[in-house]
Design a protein around this ligand. Sequence first.
Ligand code: 6PG
Length: 236
Amino acid sequence: MELKVYKDKQQVAAKFSAYLVKQIESNDRLNVALSGGSTPKVVFDYLAEHYKDLDWGKVYFFWGDERCVPPTHVESNYKMTVDHLLKHISIPEENIHRVKGEDDPAKEAERYSSELKQYLPLTNGIPQFDLIILGMGSDGHTASIFPHQMELWNSKNLTDVAEHPETGQKRITLTGQVINNAKEVAFLVTGADKKEKVSTILSGTGESNQYPAALVAPESGQLVWFLDEEAYGQRA
Ligand code: 6PG
């Protein structure tokens, strides 16, 4: 596991963008699962501004989780990505594999699982992403697996329907077996509200096992945390 701590969200965005671009440049094809949340938004803005002319045709975008709302809805992770990145770069439509948040959640989870099997190489019999980008909520959730639904982490399905604990909003999320099968996983975590869970999870104490984010441990061993000083709780 690698820990990278930067001054603020803006610097996390700049450094993470450089890390992503390096991977794009050194591969013929890169299958990436995106995340929602406020940190990716800043990353997308940074990429759109600084790396507009990259060969984006080599990149295939999927989502680690999606809210069950239409693609034009303000809470759609797909819409956020379109607004902040996709509409500013040149990328073929067939490279975009979105989760259809407007469809029946259970059926869509099944359809999306088949899509993953169809488009991603299988390793250990499980679709393998080159890179999964994850965020972490202040409650320790990651993708859309929340602490009250830890069982989704061990689901036998590749994706499942999850529920937000407060709003009851349905979401579609990758499960633990897909996340830990990725070649590389990068956490993007910023803000003081994450400090407590970051410290518990990084200390690896028993208590941390109640948080989905603590279960992220790709078999490849390639796990990178991009944090800002606020989330880390001290100066870099
Ligand atoms: C989502 C997510 C979720 C998110 C975290 C962190 O769609 O809500 O993918 O897991 O990454 O809640 O969000 P912030 O970056 O906004 O703190």
